[in-house]
Write a protein that binds this ligand. Structure first.
Ligand code: PNW
Length: 498
C-alpha cells in the first residue's frame, strides 16, 4: 500500500516537472511548433571577410584592400582581410563545417575583382571564374544549395576611381559583371542577391564616410549612391528576366538591412518615419505598387534642400523609365535583421545639416534590459524581428522574405550561451511570424566561422564555429551555438529546454 502511494507521488512529481519543462511548448499545437516542410535554413558569409588570398590568381584590389592597407589605424586591431580565414585556399574546411551543420543552403558572395580584376570586362579572369565554379560544384555535390550575393561591399578599386556608386556608370558596369555571373553559374545557381545592405554601402561609404571609399558627403553622396544602386539592381533583374529566366528559372532579389522602430508613446507617425528612412527608401522603389522613393522622404528632402538655398532636392528623382524598371524588380526581399531601437521625432534638430539623419529627424534609444553584444550597436530584441516581418507583410503585399542574416557578437568563447539564446529567441520570432501569415521562406545565420568584422577587425566574433588563425590546420571548431543550430535544422523545431 505504502509503496503504491510512493510510486504515485513520484509519478505526479515527474509529470509536473515535465510540464514545467515543456511549458513554452505545451501551449501550442504541434503544427505551429514545426517550421513548414519547405522552409529552409542556411548560413551566410562574404568574400572579403573570409577568403584572404587578396591578390592570388590575378585578383585585383577592391576598395577594402586599399582602405585596410592605407589606413591601418582605422581598423581596431590594425588587421585586414589579406589572409583572413584563407577560405580561398581552404574551402574544404568551410565545406566540412557546412556539412556538419546540415544546412539546406550556403549564402556566400563573389569577389567582383576575382572575376574582373579592374572591374571591367576587358580584365576578365578565367581563374576567378574557375574558382567559384569549383566551389559551386562542391557545395551542390554535398546536397547544399548555393545562394549568391553578387556584391558584398568589395567594389573594384578601379571603379571607385570613376566615383563608384556616385557615378551612374556603375549601372552599366554592374550589369556587365552580373551577366558574366548568370552566364557562368546560372545553370546551377537559382537564388541571386544583387546587393548586400545598400544602407551600409551608401550611408557609411558615401555619406558619413567611415567605410571605404570613405567619401564624406552626408545627405548628398549617400542619396546619389542609393539612386544609382537601385538602378543597377533594377537593370540586373530585367536582364535576368529577358535573357536568363526562361532557361535557368532562378530568382533574383536584394538584401536590405533595417532596425525595427518602437514608440514609447505609440506614435505611429514616428515609427513610420524611421521605417521609411531605414527600409522604405529601398523597399518602396522596388516592392510598393507605385515605385519611387517614399513620399515622406521626397517631401522632407525637397523642403530641406530649398531651405539650404539649393535649386532642387538633394534626393534624385527617378524618371518614368527608371521608376518602372526598378518597381517590381525582385522575386523576394532578402532581410538582414540584427537589432531594434525605440524612436521618437527629435525635439530640436540635433544632427549636422545636410545629412540623412537631419532629414529623418529621429532620435533613437535603447532599453536598459536589452542585452548588448560585443558590438556596441547590437542589442538583442527578438520582438523587433517579429514586428518587422509583420510590417513588411502589411506594407509590401506580403512579398516573399528570405532572412539572409541574423547574428550575435561576443569574444569568441565556445560556450556561447548568449548566442544560443539570441538564435533561439530570434528563430522563435520567425516561427511566430510564419504562424501569423508572414511569407518568410528561409532563415540564414550570420556567420559560419569567426571572421574579419570590417572596422572591428578580428575583435568581434559572430561565428558558429571558431578558428585559431595562428594554427597550421585552421580547423573550424563548433561552438555550442553550432550544435544548437544543427539541432534546429535537423528537427525543424526549436528545442523547449535550452
Ligand atoms: C552586416 N546594424 O552588417 C553585414 O552584412 C556583415 O558583413 C557583418 O559582418 C554583419 O552585419 C555584422 O556586423 C550590418 O547596425 C551592420 O543594424 C550593422 C547593422 C546591420 C548589419
Amino acid at each position: 500500500m505504502c509503496s503504491i502511494v510512493i510510486i504515485l507521488i513520484i509519478g505526479i512529481l515527474v509529470s509536473l516537472q515535465s510540464l514545467t519543462q515543456a511549458e513554452n511548448c505545451s501551449f501550442f499545437s504541434e503544427e505551429s511548433l514545426k517550421f513548414p516542410k519547405d522552409f529552409s535554413f542556411g548560413v551566410s558569409t562574404s568574400a572579403y571577410q573570409i577568403e584572404g588570398a587578396w591578390n592570388a590568381d590575378n585578383k585585383g584590389p577592391s576598395i577594402w584592400d586599399v582602405f585596410t592597407h592605407n589606413h591601418q589605424d582605422k581598423i581596431k586591431d590594425e588587421s585586414n582581410g589579406d589572409i583572413a580565414l584563407d577560405s580561398y585556399n581552404n574551402f574544404d574546411l568551410d565545406l566540412k563545417a557546412l556539412k556538419h551543420l546540415n544546412v539546406d543552403f550556403y549564402r556566400f558572395s563573389i569577389a567582383w575583382t576575382r572575376i574582373y580584376p579592374n572591374g571591367d570586362i576587358s580584365s576578365r579572369n578565367q581563374k576567378g571564374i574557375d574558382y567559384y565554379n569549383n566551389m559551386i560544384d562542391k557545395i551542390l555535390a554535398n546536397g547544399i544549395k548555393p545562394v549568391i550575393t553578387m556584391y558584398h561591399w568589395d567594389l573594384p578599386y578601379e571603379i571607385q576611381k570613376f566615383g563608384g556608386f556616385t557615378n551612374s556608370l556603375i549601372v552599366e558596369q554592374f550589369l556587365t559583371y552580373a551577366e558574366e555571373l548568370f552566364e557562368n553559374f546560372g545553370d546551377r545557381v537559382k537564388t541571386w542577391i544583387t546587393f548586400n545592405e545598400p544602407n551600409q554601402i551608401c550611408k557609411l561609404g558615401y555619406g558619413i564616410g567611415v567605410f571605404p571609399p570613405a567619401i564624406n558627403l552626408p545627405g548628398v553622396g549617400d542619396y546619389l549612391c542609393y539612386f544609382n544602386l537601385l538602378k543597377a539592381h533594377g537593370a540586373t533583374y530585367r536582364l535576368y528576366q529577358s535573357k536568363f529566366f526562361e532557361k535557368q528559372g532562378g530568382k533574383v532579389g536584394i538584401t536590405l538591412d533595417t532596425i525595427f522602430g518602437f514608440s514609447k508613446t505609440n506614435n505611429n507617425a514616428d515609427v513610420d518615419r524611421i521605417m521609411q528612412y531605414s527600409l522604405g527608401l529601398l523597399a518602396h522603389p522596388i516592392y510598393s505598387k507605385s515605385g519611387g522613393f517614399p513620399k515622406i522622404m521626397v517631401e522632407d528632402i525637397q523642403k530641406n534642400s530649398l531651405q539650404e538655398g539649393r535649386r532642387k532636392s538633394r534626393l534624385p528623382i527617378f524618371d518614368e523609365f527608371w521608376r518602372t524598371t526598378v518597381q517590381g524588380s525582385a522575386d523576394f526581399l532578402g532581410l538582414n535583421y540584427y537589432t531594434s531601437r525605440f524612436v521618437r521625432r527629435a525635439e530640436k534638430p540635433c544632427f549636422e545639416s545636410p545629412s540623412m539623419d537631419r532629414d529623418a529627424d529621429i532620435e533613437t534609444s535603447v532599453e536598459p534590459e536589452w542585452l548588448m553584444g560585443k558590438s556596441e550597436w547590437l542589442y538583442s530584441v527578438p520582438e523587433g524581428l517579429e514586428g518587422l516581418l509583420k510590417y513588411i507583410r502589411d506594407e509590401y503585399n506580403n512579398v516573399e522574405v528570405m532572412i539572409t542574416e541574423n547574428g550575435w557578437s561576443d569574444d569568441g568563447e565556445l560556450e556561447d550561451d548568449n548566442r544560443v539564446r539570441y538564435f533561439k529567441n530570434h528563430i522563435q520570432a520567425v516561427m511566430n511570424a510564419v504562424n501569423e501569415g508572414c511569407n518568410v521562406t528561409s532563415y540564414s545565420a550570420w556567420t559560419l566561422v569567426d571572421n574579419f568584422e570590417w572596422l572591428k577587425g578580428y575583435t568581434e566574433k559572430f561565428g558558429l564555429y571558431s578558428v585559431d588563425l595562428t594554427s597550421e590546420k585552421k580547423e573550424r571548431i563548433p561552438k555550442n551555438s553550432a550544435l544548437f543550430y544543427k539541432n534546429v535544422i535537423e528537427t525543424r523545431t526549436i528545442p523547449c529546454d535550452s
